[in-house]
Design a protein around this ligand. Structure first.
Ligand code: ZN
Length: 387
């Protein structure tokens, strides 16, 4: 399938141009107009790839773009890419797309505009150079607008399509070392709100019930749940409380981030956090706990292993050795993997996500696109063996 790689190699300039256009369109999760502009650009591309495109209209966030391409085969594949970034309005203007020393910079360049561009050109190459396979595969695409705030409105859409899919490909960036993501931890978020009783810290300290003391003791207990060997972490990442130093604190508040390697650890940790919330660390204080494990862990199944081997075969056919790793970061892959074997980190190699150091290794834009096209050209055979 040399034609696929050749087709993509010849389009590097076009790919970078599209990437520049997308990066320079402001599209933070809360910039609806910008995300919708990105959606329009992508919808047009999908239509030219013979997808029927629908919009899932959203009031607060950008509209999700959902594409469907029928096929003559019986197996179905789902591609996922998020259009939003974490950046505030005006970021694209302040630090637009630029290239320097083999790297491209700009908001969302690797997380995850690069992955979306790599996917679109992989599909185009397949359509032009391997039409028989292209016509055979039933394809769905979701370009969602709210991944960076944990996909509140796109999650049901992704889950419904993942249920029907035999394989899901997520175009989040490859890790800084170029690795694909074969396992993701579960991600949880909790809040604790402690209520105590205010009192003069000097005149009547015995009447006070310190919410800060209660929260501090709970923080120590929560952090003690971290088990690095198991891969479980608990981080109280934000605390607020009290009014002034001479007043016993009436209230305190904490936000807690939790990462777990598997479902059993998630259940155990959830129970332990509830237990800690219930301990009367300071008598007469109350603790209100909200939250839970929002992203279930994505664990590698034998089917996922087989699919990743097919990706590695595709890499070898263009002379690159691809590796996979586990990561603590969550993505829509966590949701999809509950229903279908999922490959993640299929985008170009990136680092510095969510910061002004975000970058993408330019050579990997075509490289990942080629790997995807070559993988898809073999996919009907591969999937036939695993389902
Ligand atoms: Zn992302």
């Amino acid at each position: 399938m040399d034609e696929l790689a050749t087709y993509i190699a010849a389009r590097e300039k076009d790919m970078l141009k599209l990437l520049e256009h997308l990066v320079n369109t402001d599209c933070g999760t809360y910039v609806k107009a910008g995300v919708d502009r990105v959606g329009d650009i992508l919808a047009e591309r999908l239509e030219s790839l013979e997808f029927k495109v629908e919009r899932s209209r959203q009031k607060q966030y950008g509209d999700h773009v959902i594409g469907h391409k029928p096929g003559t085969g019986m197996h179905r594949i789902l591609f996922i890419g998020h259009m939003d970034t974490v950046f505030a309005e005006g970021t694209a203007k302040k630090r637009p797309f630029r290239m320097e020393g083999g790297r491209a910079y700009g908001p969302g360049v690797s997380d995850m505009k690069g992955g979306i561009v790599a996917l679109l050109y992989a599909l185009e190459a397949l359509k032009e150079e391997a039409a028989q396979v292209y016509n055979r595969i039933v394809m769905d695409v979701v370009f969602n607008s709210d991944e960076e705030i944990l996909s509140p409105t796109s999650r049901p859409i992704i889950e419904a399509l993942a249920r029907k899919a035999h394989t899901v490909c997520v175009f989040e960036p490859a890790r800084p070392g170029g690795e694909y993501v074969i396992q993701r931890k579960g991600v949880g978020k909790y809040t604790m709100t402690i209520s105590g009783r205010a009192a003069h810290a000097g005149a009547q300290p015995e009447q006070g019930r310190s919410a800060i003391e209660a929260l501090a003791r709970k923080t120590v207990a929560l952090h003690a749940l971290t088990d690095l060997a198991e891969g479980t972490t608990v981080n109280v990442g934000l605390i607020r409380g009290g009014e002034r130093s001479n007043v016993v604190a009436e209230s305190a508040y904490a936000e807690i981030d939790v990462r777990v390697p598997d479902a059993a650890a998630a259940a155990r940790l959830d129970e332990q956090i509830h237990r800690i919330a219930g301990i009367p660390h300071v008598p007469d204080t109350t603790c209100r706990l909200t939250g839970g494990v929002l992203f279930p862990p994505m664990q590698q199944t034998p089917q996922m292993k087989r699919l990743f081997e097919a990706v590695q075969d595709a890499g070898r056919s263009i002379g690159i050795e691809l590796r996979g790793i586990a990561t603590g970061g969550g993505s829509d892959g966590n949701h999809a993997a509950q229903f279908a074997p999922t490959l993640d980190g299929m985008g170009p190699q990136g680092s510095g996500a969510h910061s002004d150091r975000e970058q993408m290794v330019i050579s990997t834009l075509t490289e990942r696109s080629k790997v995807t096209a070559l993988f898809l050209s073999k996919w009907p055979e591969v999937v036939g063996k695993i389902v």
